[in-house]
Design a protein around this ligand. Structure first.
Ligand code: NAD
Length: 369
């Protein structure tokens, strides 16, 4: 007899969770149900070869449980690459809470989530992500030690943006050195998309370094602030892709390197803080074919994860900044791998992460050189 739970629904094959986990070597997928708070949460642990799995908790009104599982798995795997490539002794994981953060997020629910994290006894370390803010992290901390990204108090890392921005500048210098034979910012032109927390700090470094800086944002007051503070050149949001410059620095949203924008770019380098800059891997290939050097986002923006990971052993901002400075060397290593293999840098970044994990243990390789 057919098991109704696995019967086809509307012609769609039900997802085989074990097949999905086997595909990329996930270690563990854990579900939590708490009646009192209404918590429905999932923790995905991708790989703990290098250390405990670090990754934020996302709260989102997923349309289906399958969507939530897929998101947790996808994001956890991304964290394995991010922490490995950043040189951290941490693995990759992610948590998702199914619900609308504007309506369903309560102290009871966050504390129930904290207790769920605690059951894993440090195999997974949580942090903030979409729908979960630094103040929520403080509530989760009431129930578990295994949480980072605290905004204040003893051992807190505080706002990671200055560390992220500094890391981006270090990575950008490595790119400038490779393209122009000189890593100096002086006289270079940079177009910064988004001048929020990270973008603002990047513009400060660029201006102080003597670069010519173009800026844009969707909020006029944010543009006004950087223009006033640093005397930079404002442009409209849509114009930023067409600026003739040395570096395009995306610091706003993901997916900005896409089929519509990639051929408009008139820069030699793409180096910015935004997560998931490539709408699709093929746009990384397109940048490569166009002779534009792409600093892979999760390598160059690793200052954020470096900053929160510093909380694990007692936070020290100077140490976090010191580690972020290594992004210069990580970007150089990525460019070396790419040049030696004749491959785009986004593929080289995966290789860098996989090679580090493979030296210690096991990893499902996606690119075989
Ligand atoms: P933020 O929200 O403070 O700043 C983003 C800015 O981009 C805002 O000012 C927003 O108005 C602007 N923006 C949005 N859409 C835009 C558009 N279409 N054109 C121009 N501007 C637009 O965020 P943030 O903390 O500065 O982070 C920026 C990016 O860096 C994000 O992608 C984030 O995921 C990534 N990142 C941040 C950190 C960190 O430490 N904060 C670490 C790693 C990665």
């Amino acid at each position: 007899m057919k098991d109704p739970a696995v019967e086809k629904e509307g012609g769609k094959d039900p997802m085989s969770i074990f097949n999905e986990m086997a595909k990329y070597g996930y270690e563990q997928l854990v579900f939590a149900n708490d009646e009192a708070s209404g918590l429905h949460a999932i923790i995905a642990i991708h790989d703990t070869t290098l250390g405990p799995a670090l990754g934020g908790c996302r709260m989102w009104p997923y349309e289906s449980e399958e969507d939530a599982i897929i998101d947790a798995l996808r994001l956890a795997r991304g964290m394995t690459y991010k922490t490995a490539a950043a040189g951290l002794d941490l693995g990759g994981g992610k948590a998702v809470i199914i619900g609308d953060p504007r309506k369903d997020k309560t102290e009871t629910l966050l504390r129930a989530f904290g207790r769920f994290v605690e059951t894993l006894k440090g195999r997974y370390i949580t942090a903030e992500d979409v729908g979960i803010c630094a103040e929520d992290v403080e509530i989760i901390r009431m129930e578990t030690q295994h949480v980072v990204g605290l905004p204040r108090g003893p051992g807190a890392g505080g706002d990671p943006s200055p560390v992220t921005a500094y890391g981006v500048i270090c990575g950008m210098r490595a790119c400038l050195e490779r393209v122009y034979g000189d890593g100096s910012l002086k006289g270079r032109s940079v177009a910064v998309q988004g001048v929020g927390n990270v973008g603002y700090c990047i513009v400060k470094h660029l201006s102080e370094g003597g670069a010519k800086v173009y800026v844009t944002d969707v909020f006029k007051e944010k543009i006004d602030r950087v223009v006033e503070d640093f005397g930079v050149l404002p442009v409209l949001p849509e114009e930023i892709y067409d600026i003739d410059c040395d570096v395009f620095c995306p610091c706003a949203l993901g997916g900005v390197i896409n089929a519509k924008t990639v051929t408009r770019l008139k820069c030699k380098i793409v180096a910015g803080s935004a997560n998931n800059q490539l709408a699709d891997e093929c746009h990384g290939d397109a940048l490569h074919d166009l002779g534009i050097l792409y600093a892979p986002d999760y390598i160059i923006n690793a200052g954020g994860v470096i900053n929160v990971s510093e909380e694990i052993c007692g936070y020290d901002r100077e140490k976090a900044m010191g580690k972020a400075a290594w992004i210069y060397h990580r970007i150089k290593a990525v460019m070396d791998i790419a040049e030696e293999g004749g491959i785009p840098t986004h593929q080289a970044a995966s290789l860098l992460a996989e090679e580090r994990i493979a030296k210690i243990g096991r990893i499902h390789r996606i690119f075989v050189p």
